[in-house]
Design a binder for this molecule. Structure first.
Ligand code: ADP
Ligand code: MG
Length: 267
């Protein structure tokens, strides 16, 4: 089995609104793919639908290492090896990172000795030792939270990691650190889908393939030339090349949370 995640002809909607349209994505083991798209294009919805958040109407299929995801509950998908890092990791005062990880490892059937050994080794590698006995995400900076999420993924060793907006809200040094951490987590046993609306992280991270999502569709896939095109002309230039209608006046409908994640300059 060489494919970590295979999404075929996926459409999804909620509350009568169609968000994802006929999506195809294939992430082989050992590769890092990026999904790039403007705010409101459906990137987080893709994560929600794959991890099993309720309320969505879904058509199409998704497989994790050859197993059908949509017939499974959220926890079953997680045990099978799907993990997501969040745009806004939740702070959990009173629960230490180390204990949280041991519990999660136990749920996945990982032997306690093995889990403890991994926690020590990876904490050393990712510079997370001083956070192990602190509360999960509590009082961490944006960059530290994202690094903590990546550290958790490396310890729990899922088959597929979805990283939603892993670089938003980070200053440039933190983007570099988080990029290095993502590159460090690359292994033949995991597929990584990194979701972002900035192209800047791609200056620090070599991804195998970039997929551009606009209005719930993957409108183009390619290599670093696609990132360069977006860097130079933004999504507007890409829309023009592909003959997609320009964004409506005022842009897409935005949620309050978007105002905290938007780039202050045009892509
Ligand atoms: P992104 O992560 O790319 O910014 P989202 O997946 O969060 O985009 O949202 C895609 C679109 O779907 C947006 O227009 C958003 O307003 C809309 N949307 C998301 N969730 C809901 C919902 N529960 N009900 C109605 N519309 C929604
Ligand atoms: Mg989002």
């Amino acid at each position: 089995m060489t494919t970590a995640l295979l999404v075929e002809n996926l459409s999804a909607g909620i509350d009568g609104k169609q968000i994802l349209r006929n999506l195809d994505i294939e992430v082989p083991f050992g590769e890092i793919h990026a999904v790039m798209g403007p705010n409101g294009s459906g990137k987080s919805t893709l994560c929600h639908v794959l991890t099993g958040k309720s309320g969505y109407k879904i058509k199409g299929s998704a497989q994790l290492a050859g197993e059908d995801l949509f017939s499974l509950d959220v926890d079953e998908r997680s045990r099978l090896g799907l993990m997501q890092s969040f745009q806004y990791p939740t702070e959990v005062p009173g629960v230490r990172l180390r204990e949280f990880l041991l519990e999660a490892a136990d749920e996945r059937g990982i032997d306690e000795d093995v889990a403890e050994e991994r926690i020590e080794r990876e904490a050393e590698r990712f510079g997370m030792k001083r956070f192990l006995d602190r509360s999960l995400n509590d009082d961490l900076s944006g960059g530290e939270k994202k690094k903590s999420e990546i550290f958790q993924i490396v310890v729990l060793q899922p088959k597929m990691a979805l990283l939603d907006e892993v670089d938003s809200g980070l200053d440039i040094d933190a983007v570099r650190t988080v990029s290095e951490a993502i590159e460090e987590m690359r292994s033949p046993d995991i597929g990584i889908l990194m979701i972002t609306h900035y192209s800047r992280i791609l200056n620090y991270l070599d991804v195998d393939r970039i997929h551009v999502m606009i209005d719930g569709q993957i409108v183009d896939s390619g290599g670093s030339e696609l990132a360069a095109e977006l860097e130079a002309g933004g999504y507007a230039a890409l829309r023009e090349r592909l003959g997609i209608e320009p964004e409506p006046e005022g842009g897409p409908m935005r949620k309050p949370s978007d105002f905290f994640t938007e780039t202050p300059f045009d892509l």
